[in-house]
Design a protein around this ligand. Structure first.
Ligand code: HEM
Ligand code: FES
Length: 352
């Protein structure tokens, strides 16, 4: 959490991450160009490098797109989220190298400037077989640039979370443009079964994982809950909420994270103020609900971040009656204190 702009800190964890990523990327490019030279002896080193960088960027984009749904399906993937934006910026740099090399290789020797040549050298938009696929790659690169340039939390604060989130959802637009770039271009000019196979498997994986995660969340959102006369809803057994962790339920269309800690139960909105991370998949650490994505923290009884931080999430009234947890679906203003419901010590019928 940061109050104002601070440059990205390359802590030990990030340095190790970058070194591993650098080695993997270098290894991939070396292998790609070596195998390319073996199986396509007529291809020049420049062509192999351009193709290697392009496929590497696309591979990285697939990994990035799979991380979100994987984490929603199984919390064991959550550590991957920590460096997802870092991976996104690295992917953009690889894609930029591919785009820049292509511009130099295919558009720098003519009598017009490379960007003009990129846009105007082929205008056969009516032909599927000769479709101008390079502008599709350039449009995708532009979207990826906007995302990489605004990836720091500084922009998240200045643009506001909803605008930032909408901008970063454009990654799916970039993905669609790139599928067009490869399917209408590279695959048509020089058909490769391997590239076509990888693209098909990659698309199936991305779409399949998103559908599976969407279905899981749909089931949670449509689970039936019954309201009592006082408006409280019986949501689950106390034992169903693990100590220092939460159970997520859907009440009146909103996801609520019910936390159990220190013999108490509190409920807050499941949506983290940082980047909409699922608070209910986090833990209570040092008395604070800690978001699993980037570690923003909130006090369970007020939903407010501990000072000096200022983020707040809405809180919900809770009761524990017998062994059952009840939650009122009407959220209270973010930051308003609600006494937690006690499980045993304060009497099982106490109302908060
Ligand atoms: C200004 C932007 C771009 C330009 C001018 C461009 C240009 C090209 C060209 C000329 C090729 C054909 C290379 C060949 O077959 O020899 C190609 C292929 C490819 N591009 Fe791009 N591209 C751009 C952006 C991107 C981006 C952003 C990505 C991915 C993130 C990408 C991924 C690919 C892939 C995967 C291939 C297929 C490589 C292969 O045939 O093995 N391109 N691009
Ligand atoms: S989404 Fe980043 S800390 Fe919660």
């Amino acid at each position: 959490m940061s109050l104002q702009y601070t440059a990205v800190g390359w802590n030990r964890q990030k340095r190790v991450y970058d070194s591993v990523l650098g080695c993997l990327a270098g290894g991939y490019l070396a292998l790609f160009t070596a195998l390319g030279a073996l199986f396509h002896p007529i291809a020049t080193a420049e062509t192999l490098l351009i193709r290697g960088l392009g496929t590497l960027a696309l591979l990285m984009l697939h990994v990035i797109l799979c991380i979100g749904p994987l984490c929603r399906l199984d919390p064991r993937f959550l550590p991957l989220l920590y460096n997802r934006r870092h991976l996104g910026v690295s992917m953009f740099l690889v894609a930029l190298a591919h785009g820049a090399f292509s511009l130099v290789q295919f558009h720098a020797l003519g009598d017009v400037s490379p960007p003009v040549s990129l846009l105007l050298s082929n205008t056969r938009y009516g032909s599927l077989a000769q479709f101008p696929f390079q502008p599709l790659g350039a449009a995708a690169l532009l979207v990826l640039f906007l995302m990489a340039a605004t990836s720091h939390d500084f922009w998240l604060r200045n643009l506001s979370a909803p605008v930032w989130k909408r901008l970063h959802m454009a990654v799916y637009l970039a993905y669609a443009l790139l599928i067009g770039h490869v399917a209408l271009g590279a695959l048509q000019s020089e058909p490769s079964l391997l590239l076509a196979g990888f693209l098909a498997v990659g698309m199936t994986l991305v779409i399949g994982l998103h559908l599976a995660a969407g279905w899981k969340e749909h089931k949670l959102d449509t689970a039936r809950t019954l309201a009592q006369a006082d408006g409280f809803v019986d949501v689950c057994d106390v034992q169903a909420v693990p100590e220092n962790r939460a159970r997520i339920v859907s009440l009146s269309g909103e996801r609520v994270a019910i936390f159990r800690y220190d013999d108490r139960v509190s409920a807050v909105s499941n949506v983290c103020q940082h980047q909409n991370g699922p608070l209910g998949e986090g833990r209570v650490i040092d008395g604070c609900i800690t978001c699993p994505w980037h570690g923003y923290q909130y006090l369970p009884d007020t939903g407010a971040s501990p000072p000096p931080f200022t983020e707040k999430v809405p809180v919900f009234r809770t009761q524990v009656i017998g062994q059952r947890v009840l939650v009122h679906p009407q959220p209270l203003p973010a930051g308003q204190r609600v006494a937690p419901a006690c499980i045993t010590a304060c009497g099982s019928k106490e109302r908060s």
